[in-house]
Write a protein that binds this ligand. Structure first.
Ligand code: ZN
Length: 60
């Protein structure tokens, strides 16, 4: 069985794990209402996606 020749250093492990971090995608302004919304998601403020209403937003 192949065995690593050297112990993986803390620095190398930590450096590798830095790449596993989840980053929040930058919110973009909605083209319909201007409120920030996540890309490839329905706008939570107006329920629009791809220029049409796909979800009805309850207003109280
Ligand atoms: Zn919107």
């Amino acid at each position: 069985m192949a065995v690593p020749k050297r112990k993986t250093s803390k620095s190398r492990i930590r450096s590798r794990k830095r790449a596993h971090k989840i980053t929040v995608p930058a919110a973009q302004p909605c083209p319909n209402c201007g409120q920030p919304h996540l890309p490839h998601r329905v706008c939570p403020a107006c329920g629009y996606y791809k220029g049409r209403q796909v979800v009805t937003i309850k207003t109280e």
